[in-house]
Design a protein around this ligand. Structure first.
Ligand SMILES: Cc1cc2nc3c(=O)[nH]c(=O)nc-3n(C[C@H](O)[C@H](O)[C@H](O)COP(=O)(O)OP(=O)(O)OC[C@H]3O[C@@H](n4cnc5c(N)ncnc54)[C@H](O)[C@@H]3O)c2cc1C
Length: 373
């Protein structure tokens, strides 16, 4: 087993790291404080091909593999959680299902502009009464001549109103199906962005669907197979969220390490106190363990092997690890860690979502248990 990244992966990692250090990280505090959607950064990422990194070249993407996408999100996560979540949702939840289940015409119409960064995408699964248990979905799609009529509402759409396309999971008779809904279609109404604990630059919306009409060709994949398709999409999305969390953890660790080397107490730098040095050692150990879980899940996907369990393990461990690391990074900063003057409180707030979105930790344990118990 080769534990080294190949030349191509290292090159990509270097390019993204440089971009993030110059363009993303310096704006993270502003994005968090103002809630400004980072359009400029995203446009620049679109030009660099990041917004279609693992989309096949024939559909406007860079044709890179899943490990490359993981590296991209890890690096962005080191700079800004909000920007990372926008990109993770666009790539994993919107480009992902189109690449997996889209018909040729759907890919040309929607995947190409999304991969080229001209429009963002989003995925709407969750509703007020349906989160972990998607069988509670009430939004319906009913046949209407050659097309479909969609009525209902969705919650928590990452990128919602900023996206050009929403992929929605709707009830179709006894089953569920995905539909491609242009966000400017008559009858689609977004609420204001939700007021959240963190990830302020990544906007999250409720959307209502009132007599929305779409043509028959907007059904994505197979009618009635929406839940199975969703599980497949979430496998990939979970590796994305784990990668982002890996980046957040590294940012928290780096801030804690720098602080521990400069702050003096009892005549010594903090990192000379064993309790603090051990905290840093634990952080590095957990980050390293998580990295290999994430890379393994991505690599299995690239090899075309089953990776559902491995994606769940990577997400469960890495997201919970990121929260622990960010928590301890605050602890190492003492009172200053609780202040907005230092980045660790923002990283902590951003990391907190990761154990909830794209399948809670409890759902990951359920998936893993199904494979092992
Ligand atoms: C910032 C943010 C962005 C989001 N982005 C999107 C998005 O882009 N698209 C989208 O569709 N959704 C999105 N979501 C929604 C998210 O995926 C859901 O919040 C999540 O799936 C949990 O659903 P729920 O909130 O309804 O919790 P519930 O399903 O009500 O669960 C509540 C709690 O009970 C636990 N629980 C539930 N069932 C069980 C069980 N059987 N055993 C043990 N524990 C259980 C859960 O793990 C959780 O801790 C987003 C949410 C947030 C906060």
């Amino acid at each position: 087993m080769d534990f080294n990244l190949n030349e191509e992966h290292r090159m990509l990692q270097g390019i993204v790291r440089e971009f993030v250090e110059k363009e993303v990280a310096p704006r993270a505090r502003h994005v968090d404080e103002t809630g400004e959607f980072p359009w400029d950064t995203l446009r620049a990422m679109g030009k660099l091909g990041f917004l279609g990194l693992n989309v096949p070249e024939q559909y406007g993407g860079a044709g890179a593999d899943a490990l490359s996408a993981a590296l991209l999100l890890e690096e962005i996560g080191r700079g800004c959680g909000s920007t990372g979540l926008i990109v993770a949702a666009h790539l994993g939840l919107a480009c992902g299902p189109l690449a997996l289940f889209g018909a040729e015409a759907q890919k040309k119409r929607w995947l190409v502009p999304m991969a080229q960064g001209q429009i963002l995408g989003c995925l709407g699964l969750t509703e007020a009464g349906a989160g972990c248990d998607l069988r509670g979905i009430r939004t319906t799609a009913v046949r209407d001549g050659d097309g479909w009529r969609i009525d209902g509402s969705k919650m928590w759409l990452t990128n919602g109103a900023e996206a050009g396309l929403a992929i929605l999971l709707c009830r179709t008779g006894d089953g569920f199906s995905h539909f491609l809904i242009p966000t400017d279609a008559p009858g689609v109404g977004f609420g204001p962005p939700e007021q959240k604990m963190g990830l302020h630059g990544s906007h999250t919306y409720a959307v209502s669907l009132d007599d929305v009409r779409v043509p028959g060709e907007n059904l994505l994949g197979v009618e009635g197979r929406g839940l199975a398709q969703t599980l497949q999409v979430l496998d990939g999305g979970r590796v994305g969220i784990a990668s982002l969390s890996l980046g957040l953890a590294q940012a928290a660790y780096a801030a804690a390490r720098t602080y521990a080397r400069t702050r003096q107490t009892f005549g010594h730098a903090l990192n000379e106190h064993q309790a603090i040095a051990f905290m840093l050692a634990d952080m590095v150990t957990e980050i390293e363990a998580a990295r290999w879980l994430v890379y393994r899940a991505a690599t299995l996907r690239d090899q075309g092997r089953p990776y559902t369990k491995e994606a769940a393990i990577a997400k469960l461990f890495t997201t919970e690890m990121a929260e622990r690391v960010a928590r301890n990074a605050i602890q190492i900063h003492g009172g200053y860690g609780y202040s907005q003057e230092y980045p660790v409180e923002r990283i902590y707030r951003d990391a907190r979502l990761m154990t909830i979105g794209e399948g809670t930790s409890e759902m990951q344990r359920l998936v893993i248990a199904r494979h092992v118990a």
